[in-house]
Design a protein around this ligand. Structure first.
Ligand code: F6R
Length: 613
């Protein structure tokens, strides 16, 4: 799940590549590197472990010159994040350079056979076999296109590859195999761009083509051509929208902080034009399924990973309670291997902000093979998930740069709520009156989230109180259980504190043994049908001298008097409470991480888009 960037044109490539990589650092930031080919046919390679800023200063000082190049920001899979393992990688002669996203699953045997032919390897990476295979085929007289084509038949796994060679200056070859993250080609005037994702390209051009599985592109300054298995493929560039303002940090210290603050707007934008309050109707523009298909649905399966899985788990309640369709939520990385009994009567709803998560895409492929209709909830326009699914409900959040998902998660919850309303409406289950009752709380949600955010100072004070703790327990019941898991995940990933999210009913079956003064318990106890049960859980923790921070609905004095600390929430419909309970947990995780001096936007070992298994 690395970031890849390519440029061929009239400008200095190094600067274009570094700017592009800056926009892709969310895909990995263990090491960075570029290869630039100058007009005299000299190839300069600069690469090093660590983040982009230091690297950029070093490259600027060296004045790497040339109008064609490729660059890479890495999330290590094979080989430590060292200088030598950083991309680009070369063949023996240094004439072929390659950057890559994916895992060469058969690299051990390929390395052995290439070694037997006399190839020498410098790094511990799987990637390095690729330039050597290309070198092998070039040595047999193949063109660079043909050499790449032959190479991709030899490597197993899913890949996105960019390659250049001194033998054919002015050309970058791109190949995509499977779902290891995309390759998008941007069309400029007398210059062209390649990248793993749109943010790197959109500052330059909005005219793009996405490379599909199995396609190879030959990108030169004035022409781009495509092929599959050596046969020409015609592809027409499409225009994509871009809002550069949302890519800037503005006055915020961190993107995570900014993105938490943007949540009221993200919800509003996701609702806009879809929740038709005056008509008591939901309109979903790109649903991709006709009335008959919608009527035939007997079951809904929601899939996702990480935070998106938690959004899917919340969505399950919407599907059952709003649309009255039996629903399950599954971890995509597990479900994909289960050979689940599923068919055209099951609507698969995937949740993925990037639309590129490899396990979610694989689950979607599996569902497609089994004939399931599919809708995806996605934030990135044109993400691969949107191309697999029949329909899409975009969350309209703008770019999310912070590695920890915040606004896209809350917008995804909103989008699944809308989808459940829409399914109920189109299947004739929800009349106007009921729809009015379902939509009205949505209308209040942006305002209520704003109210919750106004209490930021309280979340900061709680962080100040607890940031030295080494373990946390998050408890929730029913629709608050996935929120408890999300609260724990957020804290883990940005502050590196061990935290567990548990169904509160499970507490007595083991976790209660952990309770002591040093492990704060965050209890989600907003007013709903399970609030009394949560109160009992809080009392049980208190009876064991535990410390409780409770999130409760304004005015619930009983909870306030039982817990040690209280976070007040506005009164809301229980189905939408997860949005409100999630916000203080995100803000708490953020402030704890800041106090502990963690890199909030780029936590260690993580990457925003996970394109490897
Ligand atoms: C956590 C986080 C991840 C993602 C997960 C799925 O804050 O961001 O857990 O939710 O990697 O990513 P998407 O939504 O792009 O499929």
């Amino acid at each position: 799940m690395c970031g890849i960037m390519g440029y061929v044109g009239e400008r200095e490539a190094a600067a274009v590549l570094i700017d592009g990589l800056r926009a892709l650092e969310y895909r990995g930031y263990d090491s960075v590197g570029i290869a630039v080919l100058d007009d005299a046919g000299e190839m300069a390679i600069h690469k090093r472990a660590g983040k982009l800023n230091a690297f950029a200063a070093e490259v600027a000082a060296r004045e790497a010159s040339g109008r064609q190049g490729i660059g890479h920001t890495r999330w290590a899979t094979h080989g430590a994040p060292s200088d030598i393992n950083a991309h680009p990688h070369t063949d023996c002669s240094g004439k072929v350079v390659v950057i890559h996203n994916g895992i060469v699953e058969n690299f051990v045997e390929l390395k052995q056979s290439l070694r037997a032919e006399g190839h020498n390897f410098q790094s511990d990476t799987d990637t390095e076999v690729i330039p050597h295979l290309i070198e092998h085929y070039l040595g047999e007289g193949a063109s660079i296109d043909a050499a790449v084509r032959e190479t991709i038949t030899r490597i197993s796994g899913a890949h996105a590859i960019l390659a250049m060679t001194l033998a054919e200056p002015g050309v970058i070859i791109a190949a995509r195999i499977g779902n290891a993250g995309g390759v998008v080609i941007g069309y400029g005037h007398g210059e062209n761009y390649l990248a793993s994702d749109l943010p790197a390209i959109l500052p330059h051009t909005r005219r793009v083509v996405f490379l599909e599985d199995g396609e190879v592109a030959r990108v030169a300054r004035g022409a781009v051509t495509f092929s599959r298995d050596g046969r020409t493929v015609d592809k027409v560039p499409q225009d994509v929208p871009y809002d550069p303002v949302s890519a800037a940090k503005g006055s915020y210290k961190h993107f995570m902080q900014k993105e938490i603050a943007e949540q009221p707007e993200a919800i509003l934008d996701t609702l806009r034009g879809r929740a038709l309050f005056s008509e008591s109707r939901v309109s979903l523009e790109d649903i991709g399924l006709d009335a008959d298909q919608l009527r035939q649905i007997r079951r809904v399966l929601l899939v996702g990973m990480g935070t998106s899985l938690h959004g899917a788990m919340i969505g399950r309640y919407f599907m059952e309670q709003i649309a009255r369709i039996p629903a399950e939520a599954e971890n995509a990385s597990e479900w994909r291997y289960r050979d689940s009994i599923i068919g055209p009567e099951t609507l698969v709803v995937s949740v993925s902000q990037s639309g590129e998560t490899v396990d979610t895409l694989a689950a979607m492929e599996e569902a497609r093979l089994k004939g399931c209709p599919q809708v995806t909830i996605c934030n990135v326009v044109g993400g691969q998930a949107t191309r697999i699914a029949d329909g899409v409900v975009y969350t309209r959040c703008g770019l999310e740069i912070g590695v920890a998902s915040t606004k896209t998660y809350v917008a995804a919850i909103t989008a699944v709520y809308l989808l459940a309303c829409y399914l109920g409406q189109e299947r004739g289950l929800i009349d106007r009156e009921r729809m009015a009752g379902l939509l009205q709380p949505l209308a209040q949600l942006p305002f209520q989230t704003g109210e919750v955010m106004k209490r930021n100072g309280e979340y900061e004070r709680l962080a100040q109180e607890f940031f030295r703790c080494n373990n946390f327990l998050f408890l929730g019941r029913g629709i608050q259980y996935p929120v408890a898991m999300e609260g724990a995940l957020k804290l883990k990933e940005v502050s590196y504190i061990h935290a567990e999210g548990y169904a509160a009913g499970e507490m007595k079956h083991g976790p209660i043994a952990l309770i002591d003064r040093d492990m704060p318990v965050i209890a989600l106890a907003p007013r709903d049908q399970l609030r009394d049960k949560m109160l009992s859980n809080i009392q049980q923790v208190k009876a064991r001298e535990g410390t409780v921070v409770a999130l409760a609905t304004a005015g619930d004095q009983e909870i306030a008097e039982t817990a040690d600390h209280i976070v007040w929430l506005p009164e809301a419909t229980p189905l939408l409470n997860p949005v409100l309970t999630s916000l203080p947990l995100q803000a708490f995780a953020y402030h704890v991480a800041v106090r502990r001096g963690c890199d909030v936007d780029q936590p260690r070992n993580l990457a925003k888009t996970v394109t490897v298994e």
